[in-house]
Structures are given as structure tokens and as C-alpha cells.
Design a protein around this ligand. Structure first.
Ligand SMILES: CC(C)(COP(=O)(O)OP(=O)(O)OC[C@H]1O[C@@H](n2cnc3c(N)ncnc32)[C@H](O)[C@@H]1OP(=O)(O)O)[C@@H](O)C(=O)NCCC(=O)NCCS
Length: 190
């Protein structure tokens, strides 16, 4: 049960064989990967796409490719992923994103992630969506803020998939909740 979404400039669709090369090239770009603890191997890119199939069968969602309509090209991914590592929020659903560097700064991440959050609340009826990153990833944090996600100062955590002692192990957590009425909760100025 894949999620298909369309905005004025973008489409989110299923993974296709032709996506592998641009997907892996993006994963290997040191600039794109500057806030990740690892360097992505071909096997890791393959494992990611294998996991996409498994998670789609299990949960009905995972990270999915974004295509720019004007160029008909793969520009990155956005998606939802159920957290199955050990944390205070195990079982919650994460929203995450990665774009090819030449497509940063066009509002694409915020646009498609916003459409996906709407879908997560209205169609999937998730109660909450979370996001996390390392404190210095200001672009990604700005996307979270623009999406109306709330950051609680005391909700940082040690990411168990990042090696102990690594400077990227500590991450900040953002949340956006759906209310009983289905209307998302956003932080208002005090
Ligand atoms: C995070 C990422 C998807 C954002 O993509 P993007 O297309 O630049 O995002 P958007 O254009 O929608 O929004 C970016 C916002 O960050 C702002 N920004 C850019 N550089 C910034 C900086 N150094 N500090 C603070 N904000 C910054 C932009 O101005 C924009 O906000 P604005 O609309 O208020 O001006 C992209 O940078 C990326 O793929 N990064 C690598 C992968 C990654 O780190 N993923 C997140 C892991 S949690």
C-alpha cells in the first residue's frame, strides 16, 4: 500500500529500478552526508531499498522517491518510518528526508514533507509524527520548524544506531501531534 502524493512541482511515488543510480550517488555525496555518522556503501543503498519493500508490506509506508515534474528526474526521498530501535519513542513514526544537493533551497523538502504529514494524519490516522537530527543540522531543523513541529529542550536522546562516543550520537527530537479532531497541534507564541 504505497503512498502516492503530488504537489505543484513534485511527485512522490514507488521505488523503480532506474532510481538506484541517482539514489546511490546522492547517498555517496559527502556534502549531502555531512551530518551522518557513516559513509554509504553500495550494499547499504541496496539494503535500504530491500527494507523499503519489507516496511511497505509491514507498515504500508517507508521512505519513497521524489521526482521533480519539470525535469522528470529523481531528486531525493521523503518518507515515514516506524521506529523499531530501542528509545523512549519506539513504535512512533518518524518523518525524514534527503535531497540531492543541487535541489536544496527550493522549498522541496518542506513542501513534500508537509503533504506527507497531512496524509499521515488524515489518511493513515497516525496520532503523531516525530523527526530527529543532530543539533548542528540547521537546515533540517528549519524544515522541522516550518512544518510546525515542536522541539522540547529536554527530549534529546542518544541514537542507539550511532556508535558510542561518536559526536553525532546525541540528537534533538521534534514532534507534531494530531488532535482528536484531526487538526494538527502547532506551537503558539507564549
Ligand atoms: C535537510 C534538507 C532535506 C533540506 O532541503 P531543502 O530543500 O534545502 O529544504 P527547504 O528549502 O524546504 O527548507 C530549508 C530551510 O532551511 C533554511 N536554511 C538553509 N541553510 C540554513 C542554515 N545554515 N541555518 C538555518 N537555516 C538554513 C532555508 O533558508 C530554508 O528555510 P526558509 O524557507 O525559512 O528560508 C537537505 O538539506 C538535505 O537533503 N540534507 C542532507 C540530508 C539530511 O541532513 N537529512 C536530514 C537528516 S535528519
Amino acid at each position: 500500500m504505497l503512498i502516492i502524493l503530488e504537489t505543484a512541482r513534485l511527485v512522490m511515488r514507488e521505488w523503480r529500478t532506474e532510481d538506484f543510480d541517482p539514489f546511490h550517488a546522492m547517498n555517496r555525496d559527502p556534502y549531502v552526508r555531512q551530518f551522518y555518522a557513516d559513509h554509504n556503501s553500495v550494499q547499504q543503498s541496496r539494503d535500504f531499498l530491500a527494507r523499503a519493500k519489507e516496511r511497505d508490506l509491514r507498515d504500508g509506508y517507508f521512505f519513497q522517491p521524489i521526482i521533480e515534474k519539470a525535469s522528470n528526474s529523481f531528486i531525493g526521498y521523503v518518507g515515514l518510518s516506524k521506529i523499531d530501535f530501542e528509545a523512549a519513542f519506539t513504535g512512533s513514526t518518524e518523518i525524514g528526508w534527503m535531497l540531492r544537493h543541487d535541489n536544496w533551497g527550493k522549498g522541496y523538502a518542506t513542501k513534500m514533507a508537509g503533504a506527507l504529514i497531512d496524509h499521515a494524519f488524515a489518511v493513515l490516522e497516525l496520532a503523531e509524527v516525530i523527526a530527529f537530527t543532530i543539533p548542528i543540522n540547521a537546515r533540517s531543523r528549519r524544515v522541522m520548524e516550518k512544518l510546525g513541529m515542536n522541539h522540547e529542550e529536554d527530549e534529546g536522546f542518544e541514537h542507539p544506531m550511532v556508535p558510542e562516543g561518536h559526536p553525532y550520537r546525541f540528537q534533538v527530537l521534534y514532534r507534531k501531534r494530531r488532535t482528536a479532531s484531526g487538526v494538527p497541534v502547532t506551537k503558539t507564541a507564549a
